[in-house]
Every structure is written in structure tokens, then in C-alpha cells.
Write a new protein. Structure first.
Lengths: 148, 718
């Protein structure tokens, strides 16, 4: 799986929080990353759970992880469980295009900080990401150099 | 009607014109008669008026006779009053009439067809009645009157009159009847060769006659009897080739010529007196006429028998053809075959109309389904046949009946009336009515069988149609309920592009607030929005195609494209259940002819079945494999393999309606799947895989001829 990083030219000295997006739908990946970048985040995108897990360990630990629940191969929930097992501290926001409640609640069980329904409104997304990043800053996880 | 015409050839003429014509003929022939006499003897050696009267009485109906006799009487008066006393004139007319009345009455009484001289019996009656009895009896009266009024020798008069009238009756009556009642139509129907032959006969006869006339007038030759033999070949020719009518015509010509010569003294025979010579010649001609007329009749009769047998054989052959005609005909072509045979039979029967009827749907009346007409100007009947003739009424008709002027045979199978066969206006070239009816009955039997086949096939088609309608409805209903099961995954499939669209649009709005906006990025965003919109549209189209309601519409379809579409539709569902649908499709398009929605339904059903089989099954590897390809006999095969619980029941049982092993579901899925596949002339089977799970195979006839249609089919898919 390929991964790439959208970066904006440095405006301020403070490093921008990094958000990683894991979604099998390339169009969704691009749309979400554009919203986040336009709000000042750094974004890395991954087409599958496996691609995220293969992320080079030397990279900066993301301040927030946006994961699609239903993906071919390893699902978003499975990724959540695997990261929890690895003592992950990165706040995870689950995203789903399924509209049923079961999908929503199952996400929370796995320790995700939020579950969002597609289609995603930009404001709701940014609020959720802001909350997660804030939570992340409070726990200091973003400074951690532990690889996922 | 043609049959009436035959009874009275003068019927078409005005009531005054026909008697006037008879009077004229009487008048002219009487003058001829006067010319052919030996004055001072009163009786003519040839006296045609009596024969003319006999012909008239033969050809006209008895109630009209007085009209013609009156007309002839007037002519008689005009001719004879200038020569003899009025009383004798009246008496002589009475004797003339008596001869004709005796002749005509005798023929009408003893001949089965008094106007035809084509059988030995009919000719014998002619010879006995007109040729012998009538002149024999009437000559007693005539001789008595003449000897009384004119003092001539009784027996001399009787003998002269008897012989001359015998000759005229024998020659004129058959000849005139032949010419008047059938001559014109015979001439128009005769072949070219026959006309040439007749011409040659007449020409030869005239040559011999004129030679004789010239020689006898020049030399009063003593060897005339030898020359007279020359006529015999002509008479035999006429007898063998032209029947009694032709023979008597030739006899008439010869007799007239010889009598004319005789009365002019050009005929001498062994130095006899001219009147004795004439008598000898008369006797000689009569003696020739009798056997020749009989010979002609025998030959005619033989020819008729041969014609009858030939005609009957032709009919038997036609019937043999007819009985095979409907056997191997496709039901769609039956109507055309009916029409074809009505034409053939109509031509054979020389009918005006031939009509095929059948019992209407409500079984209350008979309706015309096919009709043939000999001429375009008088088309056959259509619609209801006869409101007064019900199928039940027709059932009671055992063999045939008269209806609307038609000869109508019921078409029955057992005790059930299917319709009728009606024929109109046929004379059938002298085929008796009973024979015609018998033939129509035979034809009707074949038509009844064919009609029964047509009806049972129509019933089968109706049944199949309603069956197909029910199957379509059921398939549609199950498609709808299937879509209900898929709502969640469909929502997922639509939410993905919608997320892309919304996210991209909102990002673009934010970018527009920047200065300067990144135009390249905005362009890329718009492209993504367009692509997502299309993706959503395609998804909606897939759903719409699947739930579409309508009659089965068979088109060439590429099964590979169809499978890909279905897999796309179910992708989210599979994902939700953590299953993967893997496609291993043939590289080349696999064309079948089928209904798009129904074949999609088949694949959806099999995939949903596979997913259900793998749900919560510990041994499952989460893989559903769909393969497509060609079988050994070049049929298209699509298989769906799962690694689920496998089949617990035999192959046949699982396709039965309401058979299910699932907690939910009605057990209609596989049953409908099979009925769809079978309606596409394909087959479906399911079996367990050696390593666990089950595989279903759908085999459909390949539309190989549709290779050229591939572009068309691809277009249809899009």
C-alpha cells in the first residue's frame, strides 16, 4: 500500500499536528485530507490497515488517527484492537459509511474516542479531530516516538 | 345458378325471343325440307322441322312447351299454306308435333339424362325413341292424311316419311343438342390440338363431298356406292374422337349433301330410279348411324370411366398429401398451411369458396378463421358464420349439411365439435353430389386433426404465457425483498461517493477563502466530485436495473460484465460480513441471451446464499470465488464457490420452493433462481466441495452468434 504525506509550506514555528487517515476509498481519503490540510493539519493517508501498520517507525507519531471501519482485508475495528494491544495512545476516530447503530457502538467498544458517520460534514470532522488532538496533547502522546 | 342453366338453355332469352328463334329455325328448316323432295311426292326425303321441334322440347321445361309449339305452328302455317289446303296444313302440323312429343317424352321418360348422348344406354334410348318409335308411329297418321287429302299411295308416303324422319331425328337431335347445350363451352375449353383435329375432319369431309358432288353431277357415275365408303373413315374418326354429338354432326353433313344430290338426280345406284336410290341411301345412312352412335357412346363412356378413375386417383393423391401436410408444421406456420391448403383444395374441387370455421372462444357460435375465394371480386365470408347454427347444432349433423348455400362438414374429434369446413358453388366436373360430400368429409377429418393441434398449442401457449407472467412477478417480488436485505450495504455504497463529494466541496470552499486560491488543486477537487457523482449514479442505475419491473426482455449479455456489476453491488455487504468476493473471470466476453435483471438476480441469489453459508462458520476462509468460462460443449458456465457449511440435502431438494435451512428467508431464492435459469434454457446444480463449502454452477446456452453483437451488448450494459 502506498502512503503519502500532504505538507503545507511552514507558516509558523510550532509543528502542526499530524493526522493519519486509513480508508480504502481513495476519493474519501483525498476529500478528508483536503479539509484537514486547509485547517492547518499535516496529513498522511493509507489505503488499508496493513499499509498503516507498515508505516515507517521513524515517522512522527500522529496526533489523531481517522480509520474507516469497513475495509477489505483487515477492518478498522481489527486495526483498533491491534493498536490497543500494542499499547497505542493515539486517539482514534472511527468513520463508517454504514448507517446502523451497531457499527457506531461497536467502534466505541474498541477504545475509539469518536465514531463518525459518512458523509462527513467538515465542521463535525474538524471538531472531532480538534477534540482528539487536544486529548492527545493533554496526554502527551503526540510527543511520543513510539512507532505504531 | 349453373345447374338451372343446363336445364333450360333458353332461359336467359326473353320469353318471346326464344320461341321466335324456334319459329325461325322451323321456318328455315321447312324450306330446306321442301327443297329436298321429289315432286310431286309430298314427303320430303329429309324433313328437319320435326327434329328441330324434338330438340326444342328436350331443351325446354315441359310447362313452356305450348309456347314453342305455338311459335312453330305459326311458322308452319306461313310455310305450308302457300302449297296445300289449310286443313291438311293443320293435320300435318299435328302429325309433326306428335312425332316430336313422342320422341321428347320417350327420352325424358327412359333416359337418365335426356340431353346427353354419352353412354350406351342414353344413345339406345335416343335410337329407340327419337330414331325409331316417334317417326314410326307418327308416320301412320301422316301417311293417312296425305293419302286422304292428296291421293298418294299410303305405304309409299309412310315409307318415305318414316325413313327420312328417322334419319333426321338421328342426325339432327344429337348434333343440335350437343351444339346448343355444350358446344360453345366445349369449343372454348378445347385444346388447340383438338380444334385443329376438328378442323381437319371438317375440311377432309368437305373435300370428299365436293369431289363427289362434282363427279356425280358430271358423270352420273355408276360406282357411287364405292365412293360412299369414303365417308366411313370420317364417321369412324368422329365416333372415336368426338363422341355421339360429333358423329351425328358429321352424319348430318353427309346426309344433307347426299340427299341434296339425290333429289337433284345426281345420285344413281345400279340403275335404280332416283327415289329408290334415295331410299337405299337413307337406309344405308341409318344403318351406319346406329352402330356409329353406339360406338361413339361406348368410347365416350369408357373415356368418362377413365376420367373418373383418374380424377379419383388425383383426389386420393391429394388426400395423401393433405394427411401429411400438417404433421411436421411448426405451430406458428399452421395458419399459413391452412390457407395454402384451402387454395389447393378449392382449386381441386373447382369451388367458388372454401371456408374454414371454428368454434368461438365462448363456444356459442362458429366463426370464420380462414377463407379462400376463387375470384377476388367475391371475397369469402368473415366473422360469425351463421347465428342460427350453434356448435351444438353442428355436432348433431352427422356428416354434412347445407348452410348459407354451402356444403358444410363438421370438424369433430370424438364427440367434440372444433369447427367446420364449408364449400360453395362447385359443379365438380360432373362429380355426383354424394361423392363431393364424401370427399369433403375426408378432407374435414384431416382438418379436424390439424385444428385440434392448433387449439391445443394455443392453449399451451396461453398456459405458458400466464406461467411466465407469474414467474416474472414472483422473480420481481423476490428481487424487491432481496433489495430490502441489501439496504445497509447499498447505503454504504452510496455514502462513500457522497462523503467524497461533500468533503471535496467543503474543502474547495475553504480553499477559495485563501489568497491566492490553489487553482490546480481546485481543478483536481472538481474532477473528484464529478467522478464520485458518476459513481453514485452508476450505483443507483444498478439498483434500478435490478428492481425494474417489466416483461422478460431477452438481449445478448456478457456474463462477465454482469457478474462484475453484481459483485460491485454486493461488495459492501460482503465487507460488512468480513467476506471477500474474488472474481476469476474468463478473459473473453461470454455472451448469453437473457433478461438482464433476472440473470443478475441469479448471481445475487447465489452470492447471498454463499455469504449466508459462511456466516459464523468457523471453517470459512472468508473467500467467495466467482468463476466464469466455457464448458466442453461451448456453453457459458458461471460458478460460485464458498467455504461455508456446505449442502446438507440432495441437489434436487434444495431447489424446491420453501425449502430452507436458514433461520430467516422463505426458501424461495434457489427455487426462483432455478426457474429463471430454466426459462433461459440453462441448468443449475449445486454440490459440496471436497475441502468444505459448496459450489453452484449455472450453465447457459452460449450466444456465439452474438460475437458481432459484442459492441451492441457492451453499449447496452452501460
Amino acid at each position: 500500500m502506498s502512503s503519502f504525506r500532504h505538507r503545507r509550506p511552514p507558516e509558523a514555528s510550532r509543528p502542526k499536528p499530524l493526522v493519519c487517515i486509513v480508508d480504502d476509498d481513495s476519493s474519501v481519503r483525498r476529500a478528508l485530507s483536503r479539509i484537514l490540510i486547509s485547517s492547518g493539519y499535516q496529513v498522511e493517508v493509507f489505503g488499508s490497515a496493513a499499509a498503516y501498520l507498515d508505516r515507517p517507525g521513524a515517522g512522527v507519531l500522529p496526533a489523531c488517527l481517522l480509520v474507516d471501519i469497513h475495509m477489505p482485508g483487515q477492518s478498522g475495528l481489527a486495526l483498533c484492537r491491534q493498536l490497543a494491544a500494542l499499547s497505542n495512545t493515539v486517539p482514534i476516530i472511527l468513520v463508517t459509511a454504514f448507517t446502523d447503530l451497531k457499527a457506531r457502538t461497536s467502534g466505541v467498544d474498541t477504545g475509539a474516542v469518536d465514531v463518525l458517520m459518512k458523509p462527513l460534514d467538515a465542521d463535525i470532522l474538524l471538531q472531532a479531530v480538534g477534540r482528539a488532538v487536544g486529548h492527545s496533547a493533554a496526554t502527551g502522546s503526540s510527543s511520543s516516538k513510539v512507532a505504531p | 345458378m349453373s345447374s338451372v342453366k343446363k336445364v333450360t338453355p333458353f332461359a336467359g332469352l326473353d320469353v318471346l325471343i326464344a320461341p321466335a328463334l324456334v319459329a325461325l329455325a322451323y321456318f328455315v328448316s321447312a324450306h330446306i325440307g321442301f327443297a329436298l323432295r321429289f315432286p310431286p311426292a309430298t314427303p320430303s326425303v329429309m324433313w328437319p322441322p320435326n327434329a328441330i321441334l324434338t330438340v326444342t322440347l328436350l331443351l325446354t321445361p315441359r310447362p313452356h312447351w305450348w309456347r314453342y309449339l305455338l311459335a312453330a305452328f305459326v311458322a308452319h302455317l306461313v310455310v305450308e299454306l302457300q302449297f296445300i289446303s289449310p286443313l291438311l296444313v293443320v293435320v300435318l302440323f299435328a302429325t309433326n308435333c306428335s312425332e316430336s312429343l313422342i320422341a321428347a317424352s320417350f327420352l325424358r321418360r327412359f333416359s337418365d339424362s335426356p340431353r346427353r348422348f354419352d353412354t350406351l344406354r342414353r344413345v339406345a334410348v335416343l335410337i329407340a325413341g327419337a330414331g325409331f318409335l316417334a317417326p314410326f308411329l307418327s308416320s301412320f297418321l301422316d301417311a293417312g292424311a296425305v293419302s286422304l287429302f292428296l291421293n298418294e299411295s299410303y305405304w309409299s308416303v309412310w315409307r318415305t316419311r318414316f325413313l327420312s324422319n328417322m334419319l333426321t331425328e338421328l342426325t339432327i337431335v344429337p348434333a343440335a343438342v350437343f351444339v346448343i347445350s355444350g358446344g360453345a363451352s366445349l369449343l372454348s375449353k378445347a385444346s388447340r390440338m383438338r380444334l385443329i383435329e376438328g378442323g381437319a375432319l371438317v375440311a377432309g369431309l368437305l373435300v370428299v363431298l365436293s369431289t363427289l358432288a362434282v363427279e356425280s353431277s358430271l358423270f352420273a357415275a355408276p360406282d357411287v356406292p364405292l365412293r360412299r365408303i369414303f365417308f366411313l373413315p370420317f364417321l369412324l374418326w368422329a365416333a372415336v374422337r368426338f363422341g355421339a354429338g360429333g358423329t351425328s354432326l358429321v352424319l348430318l353433313v353427309i346426309a344433307s349433301a347426299v340427299m341434296w344430290m339425290g333429289t337433284r338426280g345426281h345420285l344413281t345406284f345400279l340403275a335404280m330410279r332416283p327415289e329408290d336410290t334415295i331410299r337405299a341411301v337413307q337406309l344405308f345412312l341409318i344403318l351406319q348411324a346406329v352402330p356409329l352412335l353406339c360406338l361413339a357412346a361406348v368410347i365416350d363412356e369408357r373415356q368418362q370411366t377413365k376420367d373418373t378413375i383418374d380424377e379419383r386417383l388425383r383426389f386420393e393423391k391429394l388426400l395423401a398429401h393433405l394427411s401429411r401436410a400438417f404433421v411436421w408444421v411448426a405451430s406458428a406456420d399452421l395458419d399459413q398451411r391452412f390457407q395454402q391448403w384451402l387454395k389447393l383444395l378449392g382449386g381441386f374441387f373447382k369451388a367458388d369458396h372454401l371456408v374454414l370455421l371454428r368454434v368461438s372462444a365462448d363456444r356459442k357460435e362458429l366463426e370464420v378463421i380462414h377463407s379462400w375465394s376463387a375470384s377476388a371480386e367475391s371475397p369469402g365470408p368473415t366473422g360469425t358464420w351463421d347465428p342460427h347454427l350453434s356448435p351444438e347444432g353442428l355436432r348433431k349433423v352427422r356428416r354434412w349439411t347445407e348452410s348459407r348455400g354451402y356444403l358444410l362438414c363438421p370438424l369433430t374429434i370424438g364427440d367434440r365439435v372444433l369447427g367446420g369446413l364449408a364449400l360453395k358453388g362447385a359443379e365438380l366436373g360432373g362429380i355426383p353430389r354424394a361423392e363431393r360430400a364424401r370427399r369433403l368429409e375426408l378432407v374435414a377429418e384431416v382438418f379436424a386433426n390439424a385444428l385440434q393441434r392448433k387449439q391445443s398449442e394455443e392453449e399451451r401457449d396461453r398456459f405458458e404465457f400466464s406461467n411466465r407472467q407469474m414467474r416474472d412477478e414472483l422473480a420481481h417480488a423476490t428481487r424487491l425483498s432481496m433489495m430490502g436485505e441489501l439496504t445497509a450495504s447499498l447505503a454504504h455504497e452510496l455514502n462513500q461517493p457522497l462523503t467524497g463529494i461533500l468533503g471535496n466541496a467543503q474543502a474547495a470552499r475553504r480553499m477559495l477563502d485563501m489568497s491566492p486560491p490553489d487553482i490546480d488543486e481546485l481543478r483536481a477537487i472538481l474532477s473528484d466530485i464529478i467522478a464520485d457523482d458518476r459513481r453514485a449514479g452508476e450505483m443507483i442505475l444498478r439498483v434500478r436495473n435490478l428492481v425494474r419491473k417489466g416483461a422478460t426482455e431477452m438481449k445478448p449479455l456478457d456474463m462477465n460484465v454482469l457478474v462484475k456489476d453484481v459483485a460491485r453491488l454486493l461488495r459492501s455487504d460482503a465487507m460488512m460480513r468480513n467476506l471477500d468476493i474474488r472474481l476469476e473471470l474468463a478473459a473473453d466476453p461470454l455472451f448469453v441471451k437473457g433478461d438482464h435483471a433476472q440473470l443478475q438476480q441469479v448471481i445475487v441469489n447465489l452470492l447471498l446464499n454463499a455469504m449466508d453459508a459462511m456466516a459464523n462458520h468457523p471453517g470459512s476462509d472468508g473467500q467467495i470465488v466467482v468463476r466464469s468460462g466455457l464448458t466442453a460443449d461451448r456453453s457459458v458456465e458461471v460458478s460460485v464457490r464458498d467455504s461455508g457449511i456446505g449442502l446438507a440435502q440432495s441437489n434436487d431438494r434444495i431447489f424446491e420452493p420453501f425449502f430452507t435451512t436458514k433461520a430467516h428467508g422463505m426458501g424461495m431464492g434457489l427455487s426462483i433462481t432455478r426457474s429463471i435459469v430454466e426459462a433461459h434454457e440453462g441448468s443449475i446444480r449445486g454440490e459440496n466441495c471436497p475441502g468444505g463449502g459448496a459450489v453452484f454452477y449455472v450453465v447457459l446456452p452460449s450466444q456465439t452468434s452474438a460475437r458481432g453483437l459484442s459492441a451492441e451488448a457492451t453499449r447496452l450494459h452501460r
